[in-house]
Ligand binder design. Structure first.
Ligand code: ADP
Length: 493
């Protein structure tokens, strides 16, 4: 049952493919297209609604002003030069104001202008042009207003109208201006907008192509190089195309990753070489001494004992190598969490020193100690034991001919106790100081070391101390020796 559900789940996941993300090219093009569409929409909206309305408002305003002025002139006496020719005068006013002017009788007959061939100087004729439809509309509009004039939009024209009582009869002033011009302009503008829209679209398309090519080319290049890197080619160089700081950052980060990878790769190769060498020596010894016991010393207890001890020692060496490697990978992967406690660092340091007893009594090494009493600290006791053991072990390994190792633990006033271990050996070259803490690093010089090392010691020290957030470091001078130190926080008992 359970299995069935599991396979179903797996099947589901398998077929639910993630959709492929869109390309930069498409995203850019889509953004530009949407943007241009928006601009065109806003533009045509303002044009067709707001602009049109403005035109109409302005037109109404203009005809009001003109209408008022023309009406005032018509109410006064006509100038002499027209010699009583009202039609001529009206026509003249109409032409000079760019409008049409009609004076209409109550029955819809146009009283003025009324001359032949629209000539202002021609005599008036008795034919009356009929504008009763327009007049009806004007009358209706006049009813609805309090003013003595009215402005409205008639059929395709703006109209100014008012009552002009001439000769005690009801006559009307009808001034109009065609809306044609506004509509023509409006249509012309709409056509222009269409062209602008097309141009913007084409421009957006061209711009997005150019821009995306410019943006994606270096990305494609970097992707290609990253693939090469994945295949183990460390000779490539990512360079930051200067057009954007992000690209420069990306190239910098990738170069850093490449350097780290190549360093790790190199060190891993070295480790394999070192470890196989370190494994091979004890294994050869174990094999040789086992054969010796089998063939020679099996029956001679004294020799057998000695040979068996060699086997045990070599097996121990192998075990410690394997342990170191396991330790490091465990600490690194976080499987081994810190078990913090407050403990007596002074007596703990003495315990660690005691483990080197054999070097002092049998091999002529000597410790020069300057250790304060009863310094308590808070840390993972076992791991700090590894740190002290590795640092002191290294000092024994690398100290000079005098075989002296200086160990001190001193509390300072600022709540810190500094542990330091100094040797009198060859010291560490400046350029090596930063790499000795690296995993797998081991000095290339073949050094006969009294304490067995795996090349992982300082890496374990670094990992443990970084987890604790303790300050630590090394000061070294070539030819004079090295001093490794760790600052522990002092705690109350
Ligand atoms: P190992 O000592 O097993 O080689 P470590 O990780 O403890 O590995 O040290 C790494 C390297 O750092 C050593 O190979 C050595 O070159 C250098 N080193 C460590 N301690 C000292 C020291 N006290 N003096 C000089 N060199 C040292």
């Amino acid at each position: 049952m359970k299995d069935e559900r599991f396979t179903k789940k797996v099947k589901k996941r398998k077929y639910k493919k993630k959709s492929k993300p869109a390309s930069i090219y498409f995203l850019l093009w889509a953004s530009f297209a949407v943007l241009s569409l928006l601009i065109v929409l806003v533009f045509s909206f303002t044009q067709s609604i707001a602009l049109d309305q403005t035109y109409r408002e302005e037109g109404a305003k203009e005809i009001t002003v003109k209408g008022r002025a023309i009406e005032a002139i018509l109410r006064s006496e006509p100038p002499e030069e027209f010699g009583g020719n009202h039609s001529g005068f009206v026509r003249y006013l109409a032409q000079s104001n760019g409008v049409d002017i009609f004076i209409i009788a109550d029955n819809g007959d146009v009283l003025y202008p009324r001359e032949e061939n629209f000539d202002p100087n021609a005599p008036e004729v008795d034919d009356f042009y009929d504008m009763s439809t327009e007049l009806d509309l004007l009358k209706r509009h006049l009813q609805g207003v309090n003013e003595d004039y009215v402005v409205y939009e008639g059929v395709g024209e703006f109209v100014y109208g008012s009552v002009l009582s001439i000769d005690n009869a009801n006559t009307y002033l009808y001034i109009s201006r065609s809306l044609d011009l506004i509509e023509t302009v409006s249509v012309a503008l709409r056509v222009r907008i269409l062209f602008v829209a097309m141009f913007v679209f084409i421009f957006a398309f061209a711009l997005s192509s150019a821009l995306s090519g410019w943006l994606t080319k270096p990305i494609e290049e970097i992707t290609g190089k990253a693939k090469l890197l994945a295949k183990g080619n460390f000779d490539i160089d990512f360079y930051g195309h200067d057009y954007a700081s992000e690209m420069a950052e990306l190239a910098k980060a990738l170069n850093y990753a490449k350097d780290e990878l190549s360093k790790t790769d190199r060190m891993q190769k070295e480790l394999i070489a070192n470890v196989s060498h370190d494994f091979k020596t004890p294994l050869t010894m174990i094999k040789a001494y086992s054969s010796m016991i089998k063939e020679i010393s099996g029956d001679i207890p004294e020799k057998r004992e000695k040979h068996a001890q060699v086997i045990i020692d070599e097996a121990d060496r192998l075990a410690s190598l394997v342990n170191d490697m396991l330790d490091l990978s465990k600490i690194r992967s976080g499987l081994n969490e810190l078990k913090m406690s407050t403990f007596d660092l002074t007596s703990y340091l003495y315990d660690v020193l005691a483990r080197f007893e054999d070097f002092v009594t049998a091999q002529g090494y000597s410790f020069v100690l300057k250790i304060d009493e009863e310094i308590y600290t808070q840390a993972d006791e076992v791991k700090i034991g590894q740190v002290l053991y590795n640092l002191i072990g290294n000092a024994i390994n690398y100290t000079g001919e005098d075989k002296k190792v200086y160990v001190s633990l001193r509390a300072s006033k600022d709540g810190v106790a500094r542990f330091s271990v100094r040797d009198t050996g060859a010291g560490i070259k400046k350029e090596d100081i930063s790499v000795i803490w690296d995993r797998y690093y081991r000095s290339s010089e073949t050094h006969k070391r009294p304490v067995k090392g795996t090349g992982l010691g300082l890496s374990i020290v670094k990992t443990i101390l970084e987890k604790h957030n303790f300050r630590f470091g090394v000061e070294s001078e070539v030819g004079r020796g090295s001093l490794f130190y760790v600052d522990f926080p002092v705690r109350k008992k």
